[in-house]
Structures are given as C-alpha cells and as structure tokens.
Design a protein around this ligand. Structure first.
Ligand SMILES: NC(=O)c1ccc[n+]([C@@H]2O[C@H](COP(=O)([O-])OP(=O)(O)OC[C@H]3O[C@@H](n4cnc5c(N)ncnc54)[C@H](O)[C@@H]3O)[C@@H](O)[C@H]2O)c1
Length: 255
C-alpha cells in the first residue's frame, strides 16, 4: 500500500495506549506520516506520542476535549505549526455507555451525542480548510457495529450516536468528493480495548462474552491493530477513488 511520506494526520481519542486511536497513530507513523495524538487525557496523549517518537516516528501530543471548539481550534493550530497542514483526520474519540433504557437521563444522552457525534463535526469543520487548500484529504470516522444494527437496548444512546456518524460521513463524502477529499467509516465489532474490557467487566453483559464470540465466523475478539489496518487503507494514497463507504471490521458478525 503506497502512503505519502509527508502527510500529517490528526487522530482523536488516541491517548489510550491500548486503544484503537493509539494503534492507528502508531500504524500511520510507521508508514511515514507525522501524527498528532489528540486526547482529553493529557498524560495518555503524551505517552502515546513519546512512544512513537522513541520508535523513530514523528508525533506530537495535543490535549483537547473534542466538544470544546476553542480547545479544538487551539489544538489544530499547534498541529499546523509543529507538523504542517492536516491532510488525514480520524474521528475516533468516543465515550461508551451501558445504561438501562429506563434509567437513561437527558444528560447522559446529550453528553454521548456531544462527544461521539458533535465532536466529530467540530474537529472536521476545524481541519477541513487544510484539506480544501491542498485539494487532498482523507477523513475516516469510527462508528460501531451497534450503529449499523441497533445493537443492544441498553446502549441506545451510544448506538444512536454511532448511527449518526455513518450519516455524517455520507454527507461529507457527497460534499467533498469533488475537492479530492474522501470520507469513509470504519465500523468495529467487538474489539479488545479498554473500552470493551470496561463493558465486559462492569456490566451489563447479559451473557458471558465468550459465548457471543462463538457465534462469530471468526470466533475471537478483534484487536486494535485489526482496526488500524482498515483505517490505514482508507487513509492511503491508494484509496483515492473510495469514498462514502462503511467497512465493518467485526469478524463477520451480522454482515
Ligand atoms: N472497543 C470496542 O469494542 C468498540 C466497538 C465498536 C466501536 N468502538 C469505537 O472505537 C473507537 C475507539 O474505541 P476504543 O475501544 O479504543 O476506546 P477507548 O476508550 O480505549 O478510547 C477512546 C479515547 O477517546 C478519548 N476521549 C473520550 N472523550 C473525549 C473527548 N471529549 N475529547 C477527546 N478525547 C476523548 C478517551 O480518553 C480515550 O482515550 C470509539 O469511537 C469507539 O466508540 C469500539
């Protein structure tokens, strides 16, 4: 897969060393991109960026809450001055949420929508001028299997935000294709990250998750690297004629 050596990528929610965002950042860096590791958790973002730099890559950490336009604007400015204009954006930051439907509050619904969907809007709108000026860009939005299929009842707020991510991506693809900018969605299934482990350990899972996995055509949890591989393809030079697509990376579950 051909990758441009000098692209700069911004990955949101990349400050969890065991999460997908960090795996995406590491993969991009290995392919020669400069990467901005954005997260609301400053220490995590710094740790991930430092590990990339230690491995010979080019990375900086930027701290921002994706729902805060001022913080996002300042973060994007830092990225531009350190690494140059942003050509690749991965909207990955999200919060999960298991909550019984009858207990779901307005506040939890609103915060989930704000982080998972509005955050992607704010970050995209902030970095888009760089891509438009270059006549080249790659936007990869992270949805979820539950956003495609409805998922489980006790995650209706999360699943709705992730379904919205797919619609948002379609609109971007339609509006930006003629400008050389693609927009695609990667939709993870059940992936072994801290988010999934929190769900398994805290909750809410009505059955042993190993029983769920047995029904998958590929009967295992996915890895963060499985997701990073799909994102890297959409972000690559080779994927310039591919836009408006949803790629499920889910072991074949329900697809
Ligand atoms: N793990 C799974 O099984 C699974 C399945 C489907 C979809 N996903 C999606 O994949 C993506 C990555 O998930 P993960 O499992 O690596 O989760 P994770 O919790 O490990 O990573 C999410 C990151 O987003 C950051 N974040 C949260 N709120 C933020 C905010 N307001 N501003 C900036 N950063 C913020 C967190 O600090 C964290 O580092 C998410 O979009 C998630 O919804 C995960």
């Amino acid at each position: 897969m051909a990758m441009a050596a000098k692209r700069t990528a911004l990955i949101t929610g990349a400050g969890d060393p065991a999460g997908m965002g960090a795996a995406i950042a590491r993969r991009f860096a290995r392919s020669g991109m400069s990467v901005a590791v954005l997260d609301i958790v400053e220490e995590g973002a710094k740790e991930v960026a430092a590990s990339i730099t230690a491995a010979g890559g080019s990375a900086i950490a930027v701290t921002a809450d994706v729902t805060d336009r001022k913080q996002v604007t300042e973060a994007a400015e830092r990225v531009r001055s350190a690494l140059g204009p942003i050509g690749v954006l991965v909207n990955n930051a999200a919060i999960e949420g298991w909550c019984k439907f009858e207990d779901l509050t307005d506040e939890l619904w609103d915060r989930t929508m704000e982080v998972n969907l509005k955050g992607a809007f704010i970050v995209t709108q902030t970095v888009l001028p760089d891509m438009e000026a270059a006549g080249w860009g790659r936007i990869v939005n992270i949805s979820a299997l539950g956003g495609q299929m409805g998922g489980v009842f006790d995650m209706s707020h999360y699943n709705s935000s992730k379904g919205g991510m797919i619609s948002f991506t379609h609109s971007l693809a339609i509006g930006l294709g003629a400008k050389g900018i693609t927009a695609n969605t990667v939709s993870p299934g059940f992936i072994d990250t801290p988010m999934a482990r929190r769900a398994i350990e805290t909750s809410a899972f009505p059955v042993d998750h190993r029983e769920i996995l047995k029904s998958y055509p590929i009967p295992r949890l996915g890895s963060a690297e499985d997701i990073a591989a799909a994102v890297a393809f959409f972000a690559s030079e080779d994927a310039g004629y591919i836009t408006n697509q949803v790629l499920g990376v889910n072991g074949g579950c329900y697809n």
